[in-house]
Design a binder for this molecule. Structure first.
Ligand code: PMP
Length: 304
């Protein structure tokens, strides 16, 4: 484990090897054009095994991302059962004790192929790192960015493509430089989209609102869990376009994502939310998500 809490071993080109030997060629399409698709999932350590939260959903989204950008993967590219076994082996090789994130990436590895996405060679990589949340658990301060979310007609936010994260990096850096924890993206229509690497939810009059899937968001797997949890707890869920100023008068706001977990947002554009206190619905959903991520009998869990 190094300074960044990255496991010392990674999986690349069909073998687990030291991460220092898991390298992409500088002339690969992945490096030249950002042509890799990825997902990050939460792994909980329990009784000598690892619980992988919503593995199948992460793989489905990974394939959907690959399809959207036009990767032509061979039919037998990935087998869920053998991949989950490999993830288990990697976590054990890295000798991790605490919860981890597992980053699964499909890279376009062809060398100097020209700017195209199909009929290339593709390789899978895996690495693990400590599951530290990217936003403060005590509550985040966010700022609406001047950078807009990439439109579906430019680079689809729905596809989790490495190159698209330049958009997130620009907005996040601007927020950090201005003394905030993260940015809020609006889309090209000026409507609420998401944070740099998390979705956003608003509680108003005991209902949960979140931007709909046509608001240029990544369709987060945690967002889906939040919607399920709220529905099961009798909280009406409304997915629709949201105007920025609706957020200003929210009863509660929170970010959700694998790396953000459920992070309360207590300030947006210098306006306090819920008098700077974490709200009761946020706490309830936070607690239930943790339960689901750590319960071996949940049908969303793959145990390895
Ligand atoms: N939006 C963006 C832009 C993200 O990068 C992430 C993190 N993957 C999310 C939302 C949340 O998605 P998930 O819940 O699947 O981690």
């Amino acid at each position: 484990m190094n300074q960044n809490h990255i496991g010392q071993y990674a999986y690349f080109q069909d073998t687990i090897r030291p991460i220092t030997e898991a390298n992409l060629n500088i002339a690969s399409a992945a490096n030249l054009y950002g042509l890799s698709v990825y997902s990050v999932l939460h792994a909980h350590h329990k009784n000598d095994s690892w619980l992988l939260f919503r593995l199948q959903d992460h793989l489905d989204r990974l394939f959907a991302s690959a399809k959207m950008i036009g990767f032509t993967l061979p039919d037998n590219f990935l087998n869920t059962r053998s991949l989950s076994a490999t993830i288990g082996e990697l976590l054990r090789t890295n000798n991790c004790e605490s919860d981890q994130f597992v980053r699964i990436t499909i890279h376009a590895t062809s060398l100097l192929p020209g700017i195209k996405t199909s009929d290339l060679t593709y390789h899978l990589s895996l690495f693990t790192y400590k599951a530290n949340p990217i936003l403060p658990k005590s509550g985040a301060r966010i700022k609406t960015s001047l950078w807009r979310r990439t439109a579906d007609t430019a680079i689809p936010a729905r596809a989790k493509v490495n190159g698209a994260y330049v958009n997130s990096a620009l907005a996040k850096q601007d927020a950090l430089d201005s003394g905030y924890d993260d940015c809020l993206f609006l889309n090209q229509h000026g409507l609420v989209s998401e944070l740099s690497a998390a979705n956003i939810c608003m509680i108003k009059n005991n209902r949960l609102y979140t931007p709909d899937v046509a608001s240029d968001i990544l369709e987060g797997i945690t967002r889906r869990s939040v919607i399920d949890i709220a529905s099961e707890q009798g909280i009406p869920v409304i997915e629709r376009p949201i105007a920025l100023t609706e957020l200003y008068t929210a009863d509660e706001l929170f970010a959700c994502g694998t790396s953000a977990f459920i992070s309360p947002i207590l300030e947006i554009d210098n306006r306090e939310i819920n008098a700077g206190e974490i709200g009761p619905v946020t706490k309830k959903i936070q607690k239930e998500l943790t339960t689901r991520q750590t319960q071996a009998n949940s049908d969303l869990i793959t145990s390895v």
